[in-house]
Design a protein around this ligand. Structure first.
Ligand SMILES: Nc1ncnc2c1ncn2[C@@H]1O[C@H](COP(=O)(O)OP(=O)(O)OP(=O)(O)O)[C@@H](O)[C@H]1O
Ligand SMILES: [Mg+2]
Length: 261
C-alpha cells in the first residue's frame, strides 16, 4: 500500500467573506504525479501554499509527510518540500551565480555566502545542472539567463534538497515554444523516473502536461470539480464543468490539448 505524502481533510481557507478553498479532501501518494488545472482565481496557488506548509487552513486538517501541519515546526517540514513559483522567483538575487543558487537551496537560503557547503552539495548541484541542461550556465549570474533558462534553474534548485514532495506553480508560464518544449521534455524525464518525488504541477495549458503525470485535479471556484487518475479525470465534460464553458479535450501522441467546443 502506497504511503500518503499529503492529505487534505475538509480543508477550507477563507479571507474575510471570501472562500478561497471550500472543504477540500485530497490524498497524494508517494508514487503519484498530479497536474492541477482550473481558471484564474480558482485557488490553485492557495492549495499549493497549503501543501508547502506556507499557509494554515482556516479549518480542516493538512497532513504532510506524516505530520499534521500546526502540530510540528514548519521549519522541519519545509526543507522536505520543493517549491517553485513566480513569487519565489522574484526574490532570487539577479547577481547570484547559478551554481551557488542551486547549492544554497540545501540550506533554504537565497545567497550562498551565508553558509558553508561541502563537496557533496556541489556534486549534487552539478548533477542537477546536467539533468536540467543548464550546466553551461553554472558560472553565469541568474539575471543574465533567459526566462526559460531561469525556470530550469528554479526546478533544479527545488530538487536540491531531495524533497519528498515537489510543487511546481506554472513552471512554463511566459516561455516561448522552444523554452516550453525543453521544460516539458525535462519534466517528462523527471516524472517518468521512479525515484523522483511525488509532484503537484499547476498549469493553465494542457500542452504543458509532461509524460509521467498520473493524476489530475480540476479546481473551480475553490472546489474540486473532479480528481483522480489522469485519463479518467481530464475529460471534455469535466474540463467544461471546471471552466463553465464547452471545451473539447484532445490527446495526440501523448500530448494533451484543449479548445472551445
Ligand atoms: N487576502 C485575500 N482576500 C480575499 N481574497 C483573496 C485573498 N488572497 C487571495 N484571494 C483570492 O483567492 C482566490 C484564489 O487565489 P489563487 O492565487 O489561489 O488562485 P489561482 O487559482 O492560483 O489563480 P491563477 O490561475 O490566476 O494563478 C483569488 O480570487 C484571489 O483574489
Ligand atoms: Mg496561481
Amino acid at each position: 500500500m502506497a504511503t500518503a505524502v499529503a492529505e487534505l481533510a475538509g480543508v477550507t481557507v477563507t479571507r474575510g467573506r471570501a472562500v478561497l478553498l471550500d472543504n477540500l479532501d485530497l490524498r497524494i501518494d508517494e508514487d503519484q504525479r498530479w497536474v492541477v488545472i482550473g481558471p484564474n482565481g480558482a485557488g490553485k496557488t492557495t492549495m499549493l501554499q497549503l501543501l508547502a506548509a506556507q499557509l494554515h487552513p482556516t479549518s480542516g486538517i493538512v497532513g504532510l509527510l506524516g505530520e499534521v501541519v500546526g502540530t510540528v515546526d514548519v521549519f522541519e517540514l519545509r526543507p522536505r518540500i520543493g517549491l517553485t513559483s513566480s513569487a519565489l522567483a522574484s526574490r532570487i538575487p539577479r547577481g547570484e551565480k547559478v551554481r551557488d543558487l542551486v547549492v544554497s537551496a540545501a540550506y533554504a537560503v537565497v545567497g550562498r555566502w551565508r553558509e558553508t557547503y561541502d563537496e557533496w552539495d556541489f556534486a549534487r548541484a552539478d548533477e542537477l545542472l546536467q539533468q536540467f541542461r543548464i550546466a553551461e550556465f553554472a558560472d553565469r549570474t541568474f539575471g543574465t539567463l533567459s526566462s526559460g533558462e531561469q525556470k530550469r534553474v528554479q526546478v533544479a534548485r527545488a530538487l536540491m534538497t531531495d524533497p519528498e514532495l515537489l510543487l511546481l506553480d506554472e513552471p512554463a508560464s511566459g516561455l516561448d515554444i522552444a523554452g516550453r518544449e525543453a521544460l516539458v521534455a525535462t519534466l517528462s524525464e523527471l516524472f517518468t523516473d521512479p525515484h523522483s518525488p511525488a509532484t503537484v504541477l499547476v498549469t493553465h495549458h494542457l500542452e504543458e502536461i509532461p509524460q509521467g503525470v498520473t493524476h489530475c485535479l480540476l479546481l473551480g471556484r475553490g472546489r474540486i470539480v473532479a480528481a483522480g487518475p489522469l485519463h479518467e479525470t481530464l475529460t471534455s465534460d469535466n474540463l467544461s464543468a471546471t471552466f463553465e464553458m464547452p471545451l473539447a479535450v484532445g490527446l495526440v501522441d501523448g500530448r494533451w490539448t484543449a479548445r472551445g467546443a
